[in-house]
Design a binder for this molecule. Structure first.
Ligand SMILES: Cc1ncc(COP(=O)(O)O)c(C=O)c1O
Length: 422
């Protein structure tokens, strides 16, 4: 029997009743959509919390373009980035005239392998961007030391995790710059939005100029963004009976929803035009920042639950593993498992109204189908990333995923693994 309530990664994962009410209140005040005090309140709160100058843009990818342009590097300067990343990250480098160079990941962290970073350095290398994949901390101490030795800038991509006062303590401490995303499934969500937190005053000046020159999104686009939580709040409970999917297809067809990734972006191009963070999205992100500890504590509880359940499954002979760096105190954005035949398991779970396709499986430049050659990735060059991407099965930890649903997911998963054993 399929579950009545879907388990998912991407169906408006942050949208609970409070989020819907906040969005409805904003929809009724179109004069606050573009401009308003919340954007400055968000800026001040982030500056205080992470001790940096803050520039805000309409998405994380745009914030990255602004940063890369602000570095004023020679054309085709190189940035080391990990294989197993989102296509919008190398796109942003290319849009700013820089060149992505991929380094491999460590299977136990899914993050940059510092030794491989060192092997990929050239005289053109300008910066290293490290991703805290799914909330697992990258080894920023080693990367900081390496960057200092070679005179490079260190950018921490915090799209998947924002630390709170319980940690993880190393995240956000060593970077010259931090990238934040307020996208729909990120650490906190404003539906869209992004920030660069800068600790280099000269670059902060350039970033401010980029933000000053950015244009506002149209009111029509902001309205479409604000419809997203409402459309999903209606469609989600109807997903098990097919009506939810029909509603989403209809909403997309009539242009009521803004796609997260355009086909041009998937093919490796990104517009260099930057946009300001709409005040409405800043207001939603600010409300989530105020709840960061509660959101992270929820993620910690689910991380601990999945970890315990995985150990039990391992003890009874199931063949599945976890990256070694995962521990119960991490507020993971999603919980990574390595299994045999991950794609087949995802397909079987889909029959049960469990949707674990999150765009981060079967690809090193994610989502699957992104134009690797355009992104300068040479297949075979990062074997650990390719192996991890092939075996990964991620379990949701987002704010609307309950502990009860997590236990149901583990039960369904062990049923499928049982059949695999036979
Ligand atoms: C690791 C990583 N960095 C940066 C981004 C960019 O964020 P945004 O969607 O806000 O452009 C994303 C997501 O798309 C991501 O997964």
């Amino acid at each position: 029997m399929p579950l009545f309530r879907p388990i998912h990664h991407t169906f408006a994962p942050h949208v609970n009743a409070g989020y819907v009410l906040r969005t409805l209140a904003l929809l009724l005040k179109p004069w606050k959509w573009r401009e308003g005090p919340e954007r400055e309140t968000l800026r001040a709160a982030l500056a205080r919390q992470y001790d940096a100058d803050v520039s805000l843009f309409a998405s994380g990818r745009e914030a990255l373009v602004a940063l890369f342009r602000s570095l004023k590097s020679p054309d085709h300067a190189e940035v080391i980035v990990q294989a197993y990343t989102c296509v919008v990250v190398p796109n942003a480098m290319l849009a700013a005239g820089m060149h992505p160079v991929y380094a491999d990941v460590e299977a136990e962290t899914l993050n940059l392998d510092p030794a491989d970073v060192e092997r990929r350095l050239t005289p053109r290398t300008r910066a290293v961007i490290c991703q805290h994949t799914f909330g697992i901390p990258a080894d920023t101490h080693k990367l900081r030391a390496l960057c200092d030795r070679y005179g490079l800038l260190l950018i921490e991509d915090c799209a998947h995790i924002l630390p709170d006062d319980q940690g993880p303590a190393t995240i956000g401490k060593d970077g010259d710059f931090l990238l934040l995303s307020f996208g729909r499934d990120k650490a906190i969500s404003g539906i869209t939005g992004g920030a660069i937190l800068s600790r280099r005053p000269a670059v902060s000046v350039q970033l401010r100029a980029e933000e000053g020159a950015a244009t506002a999104l149209s009111l029509f686009r902001i309205k479409r963004l604000l419809l997203y939580p409402l459309v999903y709040a209606v469609a989600r409970p109807l997903y098990g009976i097919g009506l939810g999917k029909a509603l989403l297809i209809l909403a997309r067809a009539i242009g009521a929803l803004v796609p997260i990734l355009t086909s041009a972006e998937k093919n490796g191009t990104m517009s260099p035009t930057l946009h300001t963070l709409p005040n409405a999205c800043a207001a939603l992100a600010l409300a989530e920042l105020h709840r960061l500890k509660a959101i992270n504590d929820h993620r910690r509880r689910l991380t601990a639950l999945y970890l315990t359940e995985t150990y039990k499954l391992q003890a009874t002979g199931y063949r599945l593993s976890i990256p070694k760096a995962v521990h119960p105190d991490l507020p993971l954005q999603k919980f990574p498992l390595f299994v045999k035949d991950a794609e087949r398991i995802r397909r079987a779970l889909k029959q049960k109204n469990i949707h674990l396709q999150d765009g981060w499986s079967g690809c090193v430049i994610c989502p699957p189908g992104s134009a690797m050659e355009h992104e300068c990735y040479v297949p075979g060059s990062d074997p650990a990333a390719e192996a991890a991407a092939g075996q990964i099965l991620s379990l949701p930890t987002h704010p609307t995923m309950t502990e009860k649903l997590a236990s149901e997911l583990v039960r369904e998963l062990s049923g499928i693994l049982d059949r695999q054993k036979k």
